[in-house]
Design a protein around this ligand. Structure first.
Ligand SMILES: Cc1ncc(COP(=O)(O)O)c(C=O)c1O
Length: 238
């Protein structure tokens, strides 16, 4: 089943569209230069139905990412929260991955285009564990990447921006093609930054260490782990 050929509905610019009709033109600006921002949000199956993990925090980060790219999101946070919640109920999902993205349209081309409309989409579907269910049990093999993590002064790592993920994709392809499951990226000084798609923690001598977020995404799972660890009396050192 391809991503574009499914039953269900996708929210785009304030309307619910049949899944297969949520399309853009090939001259869509973000498709060419990668200037867009997005979120990936999990909803878990509970006794009370699907529970979205930290929806508000993800929406807040989406708006911070947009602000970094100087993109004006043409909806309020409440409107996007509603669309993200409804993406689960309308698609009748028990557990879900929600993908929300703000992207530029096809009103112009070139880096100087200044008449671009900001579009927003929300889709949700069932998606298993990020690194595979089996790997959750048995662990994974990680390779230190030969690619350096995006530098804060070149791509603004704090933004969850579409184009930033070229760095992740290159590192992951290198890891997978050499028999590993994931890439560990170092910053430009050689310090551990993060994985291609996740923050990292290590436990050493009873203390928990995690890289600071200069060259890593301000992960919401990261923040949550730090809160839980502290509640359990562990020191978390950045
Ligand atoms: C590069 C990168 N780092 C870290 C994370 C973890 O972020 P979060 O915990 O907010 O999902 C992600 C998640 O998509 C990511 O893509």
């Amino acid at each position: 089943m391809t991503m574009d050929d499914r039953d269900g509905v996708i929210w785009m610019d304030g309307e619910w569209l049949p899944w297969r009709e949520a399309k853009v033109h090939v001259l869509t600006h973000t498709l060419h230069y990668g200037a867009g921002v997005f979120e990936g949000i999990r909803a878990y199956n509970t006794d009370k139905g699907a529970a979205i993990f930290k929806l508000q925090e993800h929406t807040d980060r989406l708006f911070r990412s947009a602000q970094i790219l100087m993109m004006n999101v043409p909806f309020t946070k409440d409107e996007l929260n509603k669309a993200q919640r409804e993406a689960i109920s309308l698609n009748q999902l028990d557990s879900a991955y929600i993908r929300t993205m703000c992207f530029y349209g096809s009103e112009g081309m070139g880096l100087r285009a200044d008449n671009l409309k900001v579009h927003v989409m929300v889709a949700a579907w069932e998606w298993g564990a990020y690194l595979g269910d089996e790997n959750l049990e048995k662990g994974i093999r990680i390779r230190t990447s030969s690619y350096t993590r995006n530098h804060v002064n070149s791509t603004m790592c704090k933004a969850k921006a579409n184009g930033n993920y070229i760095n992740s994709i290159l590192a992951l392809q290198e890891a997978l093609s050499t028999g590993y499951d994931e890439a560990l990226l170092l910053d430009h000084e050689g310090f551990v930054a993060e994985g291609s798609g996740e923050n990292l923690f290590i436990i050493r001598n009873g203390k928990i260490f995690t890289p600071e977020t200069t060259s890593a995404l301000e992960g919401i799972t990261r923040e949550t782990i730090m809160i839980i660890a502290k509640e359990h009396g562990y020191e978390v050192i950045e």
